[in-house]
Design a binder for this molecule. Structure first.
Ligand code: GLU
Length: 553
């Protein structure tokens, strides 16, 4: 590899960004920037049935959220002279190159329909063999018939019948025998190129010098070498990243989410059945989840694993799905810095015991020779720990930004609070909550008055040991505090405690139970300050009234 190194991240927009894809984009960016080059974003939208605009937007949104900005690609067309960066806009380029291979006899038209190919495949597999497509000649009559039937041919690349050696910068040399390489389709019957073809043409024309992608593409690389050879092009360097597994050992995929959502839907259907509610088909689910019946039926029939459907089903049924896509982590309150740091270590290590590393440190230390060859296991607990580290370490201004991005994608009472109050919340919780969503949950009481009080808590801190009396006196003092700040509250309650000759807990706990309904909350002065004076007094009054009723019973 010679400098500068140009890499590309080339997602297919068939769903939102998977954490594995995010890791690929991250490593591509690190390597390119380390070697004075650029990261290109290319949208591989040649699968017309499965590519969507929404996914295209979503992938870009998720990359930006992570801070993985690309140097060339959508939105940066002016930077390089290698666009367009959407494969669907490059059809003319592919056609020209297909024609070149047809003209030189390296590629040919093949007329079999999908059904015919399936038939051939079944025959071969019945003999426990692997199906290979063999080129055959068509008679003039056959060709006439195909035209009459309105068939369109695909174009196939003639494999030269030799094996290929993939020189991988991570895995070393990998030999792929000729038997594994048949005549791949390069242009589909709909006129669109296949992935294999478009990827080679684009990597070459976009002057990509290092192709870095997941190990699931290793065998494909051999097929791509055939194409480079046919065009007489020098192939780029290749490196394949280890797969990412769930803690359980299975491949971490969107299917995991779909599975949990389906199980919950089946369970709910049974429950409805037992209650005599209508449960036929999935129309009840489609309706509550605000989806089309067709979408839900095909999802439940396992025809696809679309996360938009799985997520909506999970939301209405109140189940949590495994986190697989970047957006799942954002919704569950993870910080981009922490996820990125975690992904850096998922398949790579600095060679010492450093774990929490700044972007600059990672950029400095990153090299391909420290990328693992074996699959990586995703360890959610470790990510949570790391997130907690970033909650504590990030500048408060940055946390405020990330909180705003979190609030864009969840429903939370924090949405309507202003910047000053959001900052107070972050200061209160950054030490105690490892994720923003845990903070969100823990802070709910600040937005909703307690409707009921925890019996254990009020027995212990209020009904016993004169707690009610102390609460009443504290209320009177708090009513006079002005201005209502944590410092002023402390300056009032501290002398009060001293007068009583008790520890702070004897004053703080009754107050805490009164305003929160439970015996846990952030430091009492901050909690009271956040709630504001009228609200605190009202909550204390409600609690006192409630306790009077309890005592009267
Ligand atoms: N569009 C392919 C994918 O999403 C890209 C593979 C590659 O990097 O070549 O899997």
């Amino acid at each position: 590899m010679t400098d500068p190194v140009r890499t590309r991240f080339a997602p297919s927009p068939t769903g939102s960004l998977h954490v594995g894809g995010a890791r690929t984009a991250l490593y591509c960016r690190l390597i390119a920037h380390k070697h004075g080059g650029k990261l290109v974003l290319r949208i591989e939208d040649t699968d017309r049935a499965r590519s969507t605009e929404e996914a295209t937007r979503g992938i870009q949104r998720d990359l930006k959220w992570l801070g993985l900005h690309w140097d060339e690609g959508p939105g940066h067309e002016e930077v390089g002279d290698h666009g367009p960066y959407f494969q669907s806009k490059r059809l003319e380029i592919y056609d020209r190159h297909v024609q070149q291979l047809l003209d030189t006899g390296r590629a040919y038209e093949a007329w079999e329909t999908r059904e015919e190919l399936d038939g051939l495949r079944k025959q071969v597999e019945a003999h426990k063999d692997t199906f290979r497509y063999h080129r055959r000649a068509y008679t003039a009559e056959e060709l006439d018939r195909f035209h009459e039937e309105g068939r369109s041919p695909v174009v196939r690349m003639a494999a030269p019948g030799t094996g290929y050696v993939v020189r991988d910068l991570i895995l070393g040399e990998v030999t792929v025998p000729a038997a594994d390489l048949d005549d791949i389709v390069i242009r589909k019957a709909d006129g669109f190129p296949t992935y294999h073809f478009a990827v080679v043409i684009d990597d070459y024309l976009m002057e990509i010098s290092l192709v870095l992608r997941g190990q699931e593409h290793l065998m494909n690389t051999a097929k791509h070498l055939i194409l480079y050879e046919a065009f007489g092009w020098e192939p780029p360097a290749f490196a394949h990243l280890p797969l990412i597994f769930n803690p359980g050992g299975s491949k971490m995929s969107k299917r995991d989410k779909a599975k949990v959502a389906r199980a919950a839907a089946h369970e709910e259907r049974e429950r409805r059945g037992r209650q005599g509610l209508p449960n036929a088909q999935w129309s009840w689910l489609a309706e509550t989840a605000n989806l089309s019946q067709e979408e839900v039926v095909s999802f439940m029939n396992k025809e696809h694993n679309r996360s938009s459907v799985g997520n909506a089903v999970a939301r209405v049924l109140g189940v949590e799905l495994p986190m697989i896509e970047v957006m799942d982590f954002r919704r569950r309150g993870f910080l981009p810095e922490a996820l990125l740091n975690y992904l850096t270590l998922l398949g790579w290590s600095a060679g010492d015991d450093r774990e929490v590393m700044t972007r600059a440190e990672v950029q400095e230390a990153f090299t391909l020779d420290r990328v693992n060859t074996a699959a990586a296991r995703f360890d959610l607990e470790k990510l949570r720990w790391m997130n907690g580290e970033y909650m504590r370490r990030l500048p408060i201004e940055r946390l405020q930004e990330v909180l705003a991005l979190y609030l864009e994608v969840v429903n939370s009472p924090m949405e309507t609070t202003d910047a000053v109050r959001r900052r107070m919340l972050l200061e209160m919780y950054r030490q105690r909550s490892p994720t923003l969503s845990e903070m969100d949950r823990a802070a709910r009481f600040l937005f909703e008055r307690p409707q009921t009080w925890d019996p254990k808590a009020y027995q212990k801190h209020l009904l016993r040991a004169d707690g009610v009396d102390r609460l009443r006196q504290a209320r009177d003092r708090l009513a006079k505090v002005t201005p209502w700040t944590a410092e002023a509250i402390e300056a009032t309650l501290e002398p009060f405690r001293e007068e009583l000759g008790v520890g702070m807990g004897k004053v703080a706990q009754p107050l805490r139970v009164a305003v929160s309904g439970t015996s846990v909350s952030p430091p009492i002065y901050d909690t009271l300050a956040f709630l504001e004076q009228d609200e605190v007094l009202a909550r204390i009054d409600n609690c006192l009234e409630f306790l009077a009723q309890v005592s009267a019973r």
